[in-house]
Design a protein around this ligand. Structure first.
Ligand code: FES
Ligand SMILES: [Fe+2]
Length: 412
């Protein structure tokens, strides 16, 4: 349970809000590279409650500008990509990726009016099939050198999913390991596999969240008779991503929430392996996602929940795609979940730790301190402790240490 003031502090991310100020201290994914090919149309975006347009100029350089033209507010996403920038189709003003106004064709010859225009523009860069933007003040930090971002394209599949609710509900679901015992459960086919990879039959795991320099490690420990522990460890990383299920494979998933505004967000997802991906895994990822990155199963059609399926195949009756299940859970909490009315129990330890970590980070930024996990030193731009693992081990082994030094290198 939170106070009303804390709930507002955590969920509002527009310009000038405390959580918005925190989120603007990081490079945020704003699009998939494949959405904005060379020669492609500019795309309108809304990120952190700001209306923007992303375009790629003729040389391939990306620019992210305020959506509305500085002249008289026309929508620049309808603009022409030409002459080194983006040209408004209303009166022809031309902007470069840095927000400089290069031309104002209607102004008198010799006018210097264009030199005084500073249109909203944010720095962009690409890595690993993502477009990242920095929307904060001052010198941008380094783009963190996460292994899943630097790996060859063959090792990673990326997507994004529209979510019709506040970003925090999604993030909280990722540090809530106990719901694996219920929401995502399969009966047939695959119950034995599901049990092996996700819950091992123990529905009341020990939950052990630990603060780290990048965010949190969240352990879930399930007892396996006679004397084994099934230990899952996941990482929450500032500003807003979490490692998710590895299914015992060498790699993990990434789930990164980016607020569109306070009532909607994008959930970027990555399947990452330290070896080339199996095409079957890629095909699995495609289910239920429409070309506009909305889910075919959604709130309007009640996620196509099927009662017959609930008796024979799946616990939730919404197919087998975890993203659909999670979307039901988070959207169902309401547009902005009212955390003043929650009744938190033991299973919510990860969520409670997440909220505490975020509130501290928000207050650090409010006090003028550096936000956590803002990377400025190239020598420190390496993160061996960000991971997701599932391991079966004797109960005598310390779960907090078992994975240290065990990570495999990426192979091509
Ligand atoms: S509104 Fe864009 S050039 Fe006039
Ligand atoms: Fe889930």
């Amino acid at each position: 349970m939170l106070t009303a003031e804390e709930n507002i502090l955590l969920t509002q991310t527009g310009p000038g809000t405390p959580a918005g100020d925190l989120m603007r201290r990081y490079w945020q994914p704003v699009a998939l590279s494949r959405e904005i090919p060379l020669g492609g149309a500019p795309i309108p975006l809304r990120i952190l409650s700001e209306d923007l347009v992303l375009f790629r100029d003729e040389r391939g350089q990306l620019g992210m500008l305020g959506l509305h033209c500085s002249h008289r507010g026309a929508d620049l996403s309808y603009g022409r990509v030409e002459d080194g920038g983006l040209r408004c189709i209303y009166h022809g003003w031309l902007y470069d990726p840095a927000g400089r106004c290069l031309e104002q064709p209607g102004e008198p010859t010799g006018s210097t009016f264009h030199e005084r225009i500073r249109h909203t523009a944010y720095l962009c860069q690409e890595q690993g099939g993502f477009v990242f933007a920095y929307m904060g003040p001052g010198e941008p930090p380094l783009l963190p050198a996460y292994e899943w971002l630097l790996a060859p394209d063959t090792h990673r599949a990326s997507d994004k999913v529209f979510q019709d609710c506040n970003y925090l509900q999604d993030t909280e679901g990722n540090v809530d390991p106990q719901h694996l015992s219920f929401l995502h459960r399969f009966f047939k086919p695959g119950e034995a596999e599901f049990r092996q990879f996700y819950h091992q039959g123990d529905a009341s795991p020990t939950i052990d969240p630990i603060e780290t320099d990048f965010g949190l490690h969240v352990y879930a420990i399930r007892k396996v008779e006679p004397d084994q522990n099934f230990v899952k460890v996941r990482s929450f990383v500032f500003p807003q991503w979490t490692t998710v299920a590895s299914r015992g494979e060498d790699g993990y998933g990434v789930n990164w929430q980016v607020p569109i505004d306070d009532e909607h967000h994008w959930s970027y997802s990555v399947t990452f392996r330290r070896h080339p991906l199996d095409p079957a895994v890629l095909a699995e990822n495609d289910t239920d996602l429409l070309p506009d990155f909305h889910l075919a199963r959604n709130r309007a059609n009640r996620y196509l929940q099927n009662r017959e399926e609930m008796t024979t195949k799946t616990f939730a009756g919404m197919g087998r795609n975890f993203i659909v299940h999670d979307t039901f859970a988070t959207e169902g909490q309401g547009t902005i979940h009212d955390r003043t009315k929650e009744q938190n129990g033991y299973t919510d330890r990860g969520i409670i730790a997440l909220r505490a970590r975020m509130l501290t980070a928000i207050r650090d930024v409010q006090a003028g301190r550096e936000a956590p996990h803002v990377v400025r030193d190239p020598a420190l731009n390496i993160f061996p402790d960000i991971l997701a693992r599932d391991d079966l081990m004797p109960q005598s082994v310390a779960w907090r240490d078992h994975w240290k030094g065990a990570r495999q290198p990426v192979t091509v």
